[in-house]
Design a protein around this ligand. Structure first.
Ligand code: TA6
Length: 273
């Protein structure tokens, strides 16, 4: 990837391949997003860290046809529509329209936008418009990798009582208890009907990261832990300790249905305190 595929500002960076946010600094010298030192930066290859954009399906190909995991949005080039920087805040808007490549994988006409603001908060809006004559169903997720000091020491709050599917246990349906979530092994949970804010309290870095969302009913929490981290070529063996994915969107039972001409926008705001 050459320099033209990156938008680099003082507080954040964005790769136009995949509309992928890779860096956000809420305070000088303080990165809030995890980015793997082993990540590959090649067109068409997902980046390990930052905010991968999952669209139009979540996880493995739901039709079992060998299409890429988490959809195609993170693997294709997006068009930069707007970029502006003002008083320490920068904003960019990217667009993706269906084309021969996307229609070969997903035969629908759509227009998508990612609107990113890097400031004291990281603000993301992902919008999809149905440009087809038939209803459109899709899943979408902002797969945010939060950087933490030591994942074994963080507390994740905001999911008490929420229902989830446990991918580490055959997708069994479970209910979260009232205690904050501690990561003591592999975690891969899809919470549906969970639109509330989450907070990651990090005693090692001495900060709390807050993830607020709008029009996003699902929350996914992921940490690969030891064995899965070793199996991932683009993640260092110990890097799982520095990351916790707290992902926001609409997946599984919360998938979005759009009538022809309709548009749906989900929003995520990450703040630090
Ligand atoms: O969102 C959680 C998850 O679906 C996990 O199951 C895990 O595989 C992760 O995403 C990463 O997926 P990736 O395709 O980027 O390796």
């Amino acid at each position: 990837m050459d320099d033209r595929t990156w938008l680099r500002t003082r507080r954040g960076e964005l790769c136009l391949w995949g509309a992928h946010v890779t860096r956000w600094q809420p305070r000088a010298g303080d990165d809030a997003l995890f980015l793997s030192a082993r990540s590959r930066f090649e067109p068409g290859v997902p980046i390990r860290g930052g905010v991968p954009l999952v669209f139009p399906w979540f996880g493995d190909d739901p039709e079992g046809r060998g299409r890429p995991a988490h959809g195609f949005a993170r693997r294709v080039p997006w068009r930069l529509l707007e970029a502006a920087e003002d008083a320490g805040t920068s904003r960019a808007v990217l667009q993706l329209d269906d084309d021969d490549t996307t229609r070969a994988l997903w035969p629908h006409r759509f227009r998508a936008h990612l609107d990113v603001t890097f400031g004291d908060a990281l603000e993301l809006e992902f919008a999809v418009e149905n440009r087809d004559a038939a209803p459109l169903r899709f899943e979408a997720l902002l797969h945010t990798y939060l950087r933490v000091g030591d994942v074994r020491r963080v507390l994740l709050r905001g999911l008490a009582g929420a229902r989830y599917f446990d991918k580490t246990d055959g997708m069994r349906h479970k209910v979260q208890d009232d205690a904050p979530l501690r990561v003591v092994g592999e975690v891969d949970r899809t919470y549906v009907g969970a639109p509330g804010a989450c907070a990651v309290e990090d005693p090692v870095l001495g900060r709390t990261l807050h993830v607020h969302k709008e029009h996003a009913a699902s929350t996914v929490v992921w940490n690969p832990w030891v064995d899965k981290a070793r199996a991932l070529a683009d993640l260092g063996d110990d890097e799982y300790l520095q990351m916790l994915c707290v992902e926001s969107g609409n997946v599984m039972d919360d998938a979005v249905m759009l009538a022809p001409g309709e548009r749906h926008a989900l929003r995520v705001r990450v703040e630090v305190s």
